[in-house]
Every structure is written in structure tokens, then in C-alpha cells.
Design a protein around this ligand. Structure first.
Ligand code: CIR
Length: 263
């Protein structure tokens, strides 16, 4: 495997004005959130990623959650049109950061799609039909991804913000799921590992090669994953979680590719 890159975005000083859907607003300390974010980046580095951090959006409260602004495939990067109006201005800065690495494509109105709703496992691309991602957004993704060999599969998300709040992968065969939030029949073809019933938000985990990066807030689900023989690194992201962010949201991880220089 080539060098893994993790693109991150610094915590905005405006993070306390973030979008919230399922959580009540509580005070968020931007300095504490930034310190946790730096720990998260260091963990990614220890796990083998080269981390490139782009500047905070001073007036973009949610811009640390960079995953929502783009979907990076091996072949291309798709700059999204986020479902929340307040987040649309995040896209240009993310596009600029991705430009050296992939040909860029851009989703157009009336499509909306948050990267948090896109889960790629091998050649399966699950896309959540959430409050942030509409059918026009899914159709544009299908138009881009199907010719590249991805099977695009909509999943009806309920009770949580994004598809990846409900399900992520721990390897190419196994999904970590909260089955109350995503119907298993729409995810068929995979094995399932359920989150602990007392940890409903625990289905979000980051894969870095064969290793996993996880929130320290879910020790019981972490034990379930470790019992299956996985190497799990836990980080405290509790301040970022107050903004409804989870671990996948804070990076775009992909293999550095010479596809642009080869073109
Ligand atoms: C939002 O509501 O857009 C942010 N406060 C949280 C986004 C989290 N992103 C993600 O799960 N992919």
C-alpha cells in the first residue's frame, strides 16, 4: 500500500455555533476541542498517516468535520454540496486541499449530500438517505461512481444524523452497526458486529489500514471489537462530540496516488 494521507481541518473558533440535530446545545470550549483534535491527528500519525491540516474556517463553525465536504475515492474526489446551508461554504477550501491528489468533481443543486452519509467498503458504496442527503445527491453520486465499478446502495437512516453514525466498517467483510438506526436488510452481504446496547453512538470508527481509531467514550463496544482480534486506538473526542461530530468526520483518509501526474 502507498502512503496514506489524512486531510484534517483545524477547529474553528466559531465551533460553539455548530449545527445540532439530535443533541441539545451545551457550551463547547474551542481550546479543549482543538487539543482533542490535535491528539486525534497525532494518533493518525502513529497509525501511519501523513496528516495535512488545512486552516480553520474562521466563520465556518462545523468545518473541522471535513468528512462531510468531500468523498475521496481511489479514482476521483467528489466535492459535496452539504445538506445544511451553513456548511456549503466549507467546500471550496476542501476542494483546494484535494486538488493535488485527485481529479475533482462537484455535486450540483438541487442535490445535497454530506460525506458522513457515504460509506465505501470495497466496491460497495452505501449512501444514507438522511436529512442532509437527498435523492438528487445520491443520483449524482451514482452517475459518478457506477461507471467506476461501485455498486451504489441507498440506506434509509433513521434516528441519527448520518449513515456513518449508524454503521461503519471494521474490515472489508464486517460492519459495526447500531441496527436501530440502519436496517440490516439494506446492508446485506456483510457480517455484523452490534454496538453495545448502552452505547448507541458507538458505530462510528476509522479504519487506517488494518488498524482502527475510535472514541474513548465507548469502552464496552471497544471490548467487543478487540475480542475479534482488532487493534483499536482510543482517543478522547468528547468536546467534539458536543458538536455532534464523531471520529470519521474529522479526516479524509486516502492513499496518495500518482493518478494526476500519470494523466
Ligand atoms: C453538523 O451537524 O453538520 C455538525 N455539527 C456535525 C457533523 C458531523 N459529521 C459527521 O458525522 N460526518
Amino acid at each position: 500500500m502507498g502512503q496514506l494521507l489524512a486531510i484534517t481541518r483545524a477547529v474553528s473558533p466559531a465551533i460553539a455555533r455548530c449545527e445540532l440535530t439530535h443533541l441539545s446545545r451545551v457550551p463547547i470550549d474551542p481550546d479543549k476541542a482543538a487539543a482533542q483534535h490535535a491528539d486525534y491527528e497525532r494518533a493518525l500519525e502513529r497509525m501511519g498517516c501523513a496528516v495535512r491540516r488545512i486552516a480553520a474556517g474562521q466563520d465556518l463553525p462545523d468545518s473541522v468535520f471535513i468528512e462531510d465536504a468531500a468523498v475521496v475515492l481511489d479514482e476521483v474526489a467528489i466535492v459535496t454540496r452539504p445538506g445544511a446551508e451553513s456548511r456549503r461554504a466549507e467546500a471550496p477550501g476542501v476542494a483546494e486541499a484535494l486538488e493535488p491528489y485527485r481529479p475533482l468533481l462537484v455535486l450540483e443543486p438541487p442535490g445535497t449530500l454530506d460525506g458522513g452519509d457515504v460509506l465505501v467498503v470495497g466496491r460497495s458504496m452505501f449512501i444514507g438517505t438522511s436529512r442532509r442527503t437527498n435523492l438528487a445527491g445520491i443520483e449524482q453520486m451514482r452517475h459518478i461512481a457506477a461507471p467506476l465499478g461501485y455498486a451504489v446502495r441507498p440506506v434509509s437512516v433513521r434516528g441519527c444524523l448520518h449513515l456513518k453514525s449508524a454503521v461503519t466498517s471494521i474490515d472489508d467483510q464486517t460492519l459495526l452497526v447500531n441496527r436501530a438506526w440502519a436496517p440490516l436488510e439494506e446492508l446485506r452481504g456483510f457480517k455484523f458486529l452490534d454496538v453495545d446496547p448502552g452505547e448507541p453512538s458507538a458505530a462510528n470508527i476509522v479504519r487506517v489500514g488494518t488498524r482502527l481509531l475510535y472514541s474513548a467514550s465507548f469502552p464496552r463496544t471497544r471490548a467487543r471489537i478487540e475480542r475479534r482480534g482488532f487493534d483499536v486506538t482510543a482517543v478522547d473526542v468528547s468536546e467534539l462530540a458536543k458538536a455532534e461530530g464523531a471520529v470519521t468526520c474529522c479526516s479524509l483518509i486516502f492513499e496518495e496516488s500518482d493518478c494526476l501526474s500519470a494523466a
